[in-house]
Each structure stands twice: as C-alpha cells, then as structure tokens.
Design a protein around this ligand. Structure first.
Ligand SMILES: *[C@@H]1O[C@H](CO)[C@@H](O)[C@H](O)[C@H]1NC(C)=O
Ligand SMILES: *[C@@H]1O[C@H](CO)[C@@H](O)[C@H](O)[C@H]1NC(C)=O
Length: 448
C-alpha cells in the first residue's frame, strides 16, 4: 500500500528519527582513536573532575583584592585621561611584567586604561622577539597569553575607578586620540637601582604630570586625552607598595583557560604514571616531582649561563633531594634535552616533558600552540611542582619562585650565595641559581 507523505505516521516519524539520530550521534564517544594509551584512557572521568578542581583552585590562598582596592581609592582619578601602552615582546615572564607595570602606572596616574597588547615573536627565529622591528610595533590582543575576562572583572571589582577599554577600536570615534604624546622611561625618571628599577617611585606621579602639562597645557587640554607609554619592564619596585597589594596584583593576570586545562590534564596523567597523588586542592608535596627550567634556546644564548652550568646545578638539586621524577620545562635545544634526560637516568630519575604527558586531543591542542604559548603549560605545571629550579636570568623562574613563596609561606628567599655555590634564591619550594646580585632588577620588580 502506498503511504502518502502527508500520512500522520510519516509526519511524526521523520522528525522523530532525525531526533534519535542527532542524540545518538552526539552521545557517541569522540572519534579520535589510538593515540590515547588505554592506560590513561581508563581514567577519563576522573581526569575531568581533576581538571575542574585544578581550574577552581589556584595555587595558594584565595585571591585578596583589598590591597588593590585601597591603592586605587588613594589615587586621584581624572575622567577622560587615558593611558595606552606599547605592546610587550618576549615570553610570559617579561610580558606579564610589562602589562602589570602599565596597569600600575595607570593607577598612579588615575587614568583609564587601554588593555596592552603582546608582540608575537617570530616562529622561525626565536631570537627575533620583534619581527619587523623597524616599523611601528604591532601587537596582538593579550589573550594570546592571558584570561581577559578575568582581568577585566578583577579590575572592575577591585579598582572600579579605572575605566577599561579592551582595544583602541573602542575609541575610534575620537580622532584626537590617534596621535597621543609618547612617554618614555627617560620622561619618568633618570634614577635607577639595579639598572632598570625606579629609585624614587614616589616622584613618578609628578613627573608624569609635568610631562603631560608640557605636551598639553592643562588650561587648554580637552578630554579625552591620551598618553602613550613606551612600556618599561622590570621598572616598578614592588616593595614600594603594601604587601597585600604586591602579593595579589600579579594574579589579576591569569593564564588563559585552555592552557590551564592542558596543564591540569598533564598533571593528572603524570600523577597516574608515577603514583604521585597530587590533589590540586591541596598544597605542594615536596617529594612529588622536581620542575626544572632548563633555558638554553638560541634566543638566550650568550645571555644565560651555558648548558653545562645550568644542567650541573639542576642535577645537584635532583640528586640532593632524591626525587625520582623530573618535569623538564623546555626552552632548551633538542640535544640538551636528550643529554639532560640521560644524565638524570644515571641518577635513577625519570624526566618527562609536556609532550610525554599529553595524549590524544590534548596533545593535538598543544601542538597547535606557538612556542611561547606552550611555555604557559610548563608554567602552570611547574607552579605545582614539589620543588622548582631555574636560573636567575629568567623572569619565568623568578615568577614561579616568588608566587610559590607567597602562596605557601616559607622561610628563605632571595640570597647571595657563595662563589662555589652561586644561589640567588632558596626556600623550601624553589632554588634559583646565579651569581651574587645577578638579575636583582627582576627580583625587585616581579609581581608573581
Ligand atoms: C647544548 O646546546 C647548545 C646550544 O645549541 C650546544 O652548543 C651544546 O653543545 C649543547 N650541549 C649538549 C651537551 O647537548
Ligand atoms: C647581593 O649582592 C649585591 C651586589 O653584588 C648587593 O647589591 C645586594 O645588596 C646583596 N644582597 C644581599 C641580600 O646580600
């Protein structure tokens, strides 16, 4: 019997079949196949819970914005005065410091803020921090590294006086802002400690006012009025502000969520591989694993200590502390990584990299990231290592050490070691190597 297409059974049945098909399709397991080892795959649900715990529980005490609130309330704010900053080149340590310096100076000025950008380094030549250096420096939005909604919410909550523009695009109707006066470090101060840190931060607000008055006499000035800062890094002495500001300020720049998810998945896999039992809700486990930041890629060759020195120092830490699992944050040449792995094996320590602990879809996601973005995964994993070691030339290492010290409290801190054992920082959770006084500017100006 011929059934008309208008037959009620067809009218109901076709959409129903479609619905069943969609539901079945969506519920079927993802199609990526063999890459996940069956070992790691059996923990899929457990890993999801772990990743969520990791995202919800940042390292250390909950964020406390009271110091930021107090500082913002103590400044005089000028509606329509806007600070924009040069995009910042480099890895996460330098960029984070440049962005925070920009925001700190905006607070000092009582100015509105255009979120600063990041200069993306050349993927071909890592040492080329600013591709096309001769033209104007072009940046990309800061979500290349950071969680913008978190930053914007943190500022809105704890520094409500500061109006924030996500980009210059929000100000395009204001042609007067197209060519703002450019303020350089030399306009701010001539007095430095340790090479780049402002000696008299208390004078900066007045210096900036003088600069602006010079460029635009206050009587005739029309708002909105913008000043463009050639962003200095390792410039603001963190000790100038109260500890409740300094200890929390850096946390308004949280790393983007996708890399934190990858780090969480990697940490979960690592603890399963080595039975480490690392609960992201708890503190650090001193005997879990050592995080080593070996930094010898060509962008730092000739500037940072050579492989032999760095590797020797880090091996000492591994052997002295008798920790059998090593997480190696790369930033080192392939040869150096292989060599370091072998040396660790001599001492019965197993070395893993992020590429060893991420599988399947996570691994594919990692491979899509740029070199500097992949370092963010290292950063998040290293934050939760039992012990971290690195070189004092690296702001990445200083960020880790100071954040861990802040978060868990510890005796120890920055030191000048003796020549035979040149240590620049030592506490229960971190050891940074370097000769006396080296990189004092980084140490003095990091908001971890
Ligand atoms: C480490 O890397 C540097 C830079 O490529 C190279 O000169 C050196 O020979 C390497 N050493 C080892 C032991 O891999
Ligand atoms: C470390 O040495 C540098 C100079 O080499 C000096 O300026 C600094 O005060 C010293 N710091 C400590 C903690 O001894």
């Amino acid at each position: 019997m011929f059934i008309s297409l208008r037959h009620p059974a067809i009218k109901l049945g076709v959409p129903l079949l479609l619905l069943i098909w969609i539901v079945t399709y969506l519920a079927s397991p993802a199609t990526y196949t063999s890459a996940y080892t069956s070992f790691l795959r059996q923990f899929k649900n457990e890993r999801t819970l772990y990743v969520n715990d990791f995202l919800k529980h940042e390292v250390g005490d909950p964020f406390d914005g009271v110091g930021i609130e107090r500082l913002c309330a103590s400044r005089t704010w000028t509606p329509g005065l806007i600070l924009s900053c040069d995009p910042v080149p480099g890895g996460v340590g330098e960029v984070k410091n440049g962005h925070l310096t920009c925001i700190r100076i905006a607070i000092e000025m009582g100015a509105e803020l255009v979120l600063p950008d990041i200069i993306r380094r050349s993927e071909m030549k890592l040492e080329e921090l600013i591709p096309n250096d001769r033209g104007p420096h072009r940046g990309i939005p800061m979500d290349y590294f950071f969680d913008i909604p978190h930053l914007v919410n943190s500022l809105a909550t704890h520094c409500p006086q500061m109006k924030v523009y996500k980009s210059m695009g929000e100000l395009y109707q204001q042609p007067s802002l197209l060519h703002p006066p450019k303020m350089s470090i030399g306009d701010l101060t001539q007095d430095f400690v340790a090479g780049s840190v402002a000696k008299k931060p208390e004078e900066l607000a007045n210096k900036i006012k003088e600069f602006m008055d010079n460029k635009s006499p206050p009587r005739d000035r029309k708002y909105p009025f913008m000043v463009h800062l050639m962003t200095p890094t390792f410039f603001w002495p963190t000790a100038y502000d109260s500890p409740d500001f300094t200890n929390n300020f850096g946390r308004i720049l949280r790393l983007r969520e996708d890399v934190r998810r990858l780090a969480a998945a990697g940490l979960f896999n690592m603890q399963k591989m080595f039975s480490l039992n690392l609960d992201p809700r708890g503190g650090l486990k001193r005997d879990s694993f050592v995080g080593v930041h070996l930094r010898t890629e060509r962008d730092v060759q000739g500037k940072f200590p050579p492989y032999e020195d760095q590797a020797g120092d880090y091996l000492d830490v591994i052997v002295e502390n008798r920790v059998p699992v090593v997480y190696l944050a790369t930033g080192a040449t392939k040869d150096n990584v292989t060599h370091f792995k072998e040396r660790c094996e001599d001492f019965k320590a197993t070395v893993v990299l992020k590429t060893d602990i991420l599988e399947g879809a996570d691994r594919a996601r990692l491979d899509q990231l740029t070199w500097d973005q992949r370092a963010l995964v290292d950063y998040e994993i290293m934050l939760r290592a039992g012990l971290v070691t690195g070189t004092s030339m690296s702001s990445f290492a200083w960020n880790l050490a100071l954040r861990r010290k802040n978060s868990f409290g510890s005796s120890g801190g920055p030191i000048n070691g003796t020549d035979s054992k040149a240590v620049r920082f030592k506490d229960e959770y971190s050891v940074i190597f370097g000769a006396a006084g080296v990189a004092a500017n980084i140490q003095m100006s990091i908001w971890p």
